[in-house]
Design a protein around this ligand. Structure first.
Ligand code: ATP
Ligand code: MG
Ligand code: MG
Ligand code: MG
Length: 481
């Protein structure tokens, strides 16, 4: 059985053999794009090549990109740990053509890699292509259909709608149809169509989407019309953890060796046993194994937890993880920082930034855990009282605000606990209370409290790691004002 490290390397070697330059992952934290807090797809770092603002250094590029999908257009947070294949942080393997090869090669190579190099049984693979959209004047992707027909039986080529099979960067700009590859991992005897319908992603937990190939061939203009681009591009993304799970023949990403190391370490520290079930305890193991990666790699890439912006996203994920171990693994001491060395060793070669800054990242995480553990128990008591008082109605906005203000409960944590009790939160009233407080504090202080940790204030320099800094002075000294 291939290890996850071997699987990643095979991907990169395969595309290198097809003339691709292999480049490093961009940081998971995005620093100079007002539309994006975190990298959420492999293509983010190449946006300027597609827009024609910059020329790509090579017309063929491949890499593995650290991604985070917890905010904005892609928010998978609530699926994490509950399903078996959505993560907060994940690696997206990708290959790109900038005005070079197009559908024929992209499709041929994805098939060659999956079916020949990795040896996924051909009768477990499905693909989808864009069916067209008359209203939007978009044609069916006949070209992709014809290319797939060379490799796969026609009844395994399914038609997909605009939502799933047409990619657009925004209201205007480069866009085009995509073709997605799905793997049916159900046991043989279950592997027949249900109700005469072939299954794709979302229909069954063991039928999962692994790879998206986008063919950027149009430019959407301001008036909504499409023009053909002079140069056509390929942009692909394959979920690494999903690929590993398929190749290691597991029924869950968490049973692959991407996650078993941190899960085993969690078992050892907590004295609890992980099992593949839907109990709160099992979910807690999965959530922690997932969240620890998001926390570690974003901090290692320069984003400290804080009360605003990207920093607050990290704090929210961290507090969510703390609440899971506190409530469901009976762990009352900081846990996450203890898992950092396992994670750092595992990713030492591919993402060395964590290993190199392990002490610092561990310290930041432990401090965050300590701080939240100081108020968590009282906060949980408070929310229990509130829940008892609601008598089935929504948790009121003022209580949700108090949980945030006094006990440090981010609203999504309150929402999660409410959901566990089949309750809603009065979000409107919460927002109102929050705005009122913001107005009060704005009046009280003229300070800009945005917590972006800008480590160098000159433009065009990149984050070089905490080891170059005096950690004592960092936050105040480098805070953006
Ligand atoms: P899904 O439908 O499963 O949410 P997606 O269509 O949103 O996936 P894409 O935007 O097409 O995903 O991203 C390309 C690939 O990245 C997907 O085919 C999948 O393998 C992987 N991927 C996407 N989101 C996640 C996630 N949250 N965790 C792990 N892998 C992911
Ligand atoms: Mg998705
Ligand atoms: Mg999808
Ligand atoms: Mg997709």
């Amino acid at each position: 059985m291939l290890t996850s490290a071997e699987i990643r390397q095979k991907f990169l070697d395969f595309f290198a053999s097809k003339g691709h330059a292999i480049v490093p992952s961009a940081p998971i934290v995005v620093k100079n794009d007002p539309t994006l807090l975190f990298t959420n797809a492999g293509m983010n770092q190449f946006k300027d090549y597609f827009l024609g603002n910059k020329k790509a250094p090579s017309s063929r590029i491949a890499d593995t990109q650290k991604c985070l999908r917890v905010s904005g257009k892609h928010n998978d947070l609530e699926e994490v740990g509950v399903d078996t294949y959505h993560h907060t942080m994940f690696e997206m393997l990708g290959n790109w053509s900038f005005g070079d090869y197009f559908k024929k090669e992209a499709i041929e190579w994805s098939w060659e890699l999956l079916a020949e190099v990795y040896g996924i049984p051909k009768d477990r693979l499905y693909v989808t292509i864009f069916e067209g959209d008359a209203k939007e004047n978009l044609p069916k992707d006949e070209e992709a259909f014809n290319e797939w027909q060379k490799w796969i039986a026609e009844d395994r080529i399914l038609l997909g709608n605009k939502k799933d099979n047409f990619w657009e960067m925004g209201d205007t700009g480069p866009c085009g149809p995509c073709t997605e590859i799905h793997v049916d991992c159900r046991p043989d005897d279950e592997r027949k169509a249900v109700d005469g319908k072939t299954l794709v992603n979302n229909d069954h937990p063991q039928v999962i989407e692994i790879w998206n190939n986008v063919f950027i061939q149009f430019n959407r203009l301001k008036d909504g019309s499409l023009e053909l681009l002079p140069a056509k591009h390929v942009d692909t993304g394959m979920g690494f953890e999903r690929l590993v799970r398929v190749l290691q023949q597991k029924t869950s990403n968490y049973d692959s060796d991407v996650f078993t190391g941190t899960i085993a370490a969690t078992e050892k520290i907590t004295g609890k046993k992980y099992d593949f079930s839907d109990t709160k305890q099992a979910i807690a193991f999965r959530v922690i194994a997932d969240h620890i990666r998001a926390i570690a790699f974003t901090i290692a890439d320069g984003q400290l937890p804080s009360n605003t912006g990207a920093g607050y996203v990290i704090r929210r994920i961290l507090r969510r993880a703390v609440r899971y171990y506190f409530s469901y693994l009976d762990m009352k001491e900081p846990l996450l920082y203890q898992l950092m060395p396992v994670l750092a060793a595992q990713f030492k070669t591919v993402f060395p930034e964590l290993f190199q800054q392990l002490d610092f990242v561990g310290k930041v995480v432990k401090e965050e855990e300590d701080a939240f553990l100081r108020t968590l128990e009282k906060g949980l008591k408070k929310i229990d009282e509130v829940i008892a008082q609601t008598k089935g109605a929504a948790i009121n906005g003022e209580a949700a605000f108090e949980l945030l203000d006094t006990y440090g409960f981010p609203i999504d944590l309150t929402r999660l606990i409410a959901q566990e009790n089949n309750l809603k939160v009065d979000e409107e009233a919460f927002e109102k209370a929050l705005t009122q407080q913001k107005d009060r504090s704005r009046a009280a202080t003229a300070l800009d409290t945005e917590d972006w940790v800008v480590l160098k204030d000159t433009a065009n320099t990149s984050f070089e790691g905490y080891h170059t800094l005096n950690t004592e002075t960092k936050v105040t000294k480098y805070r953006k004002v």
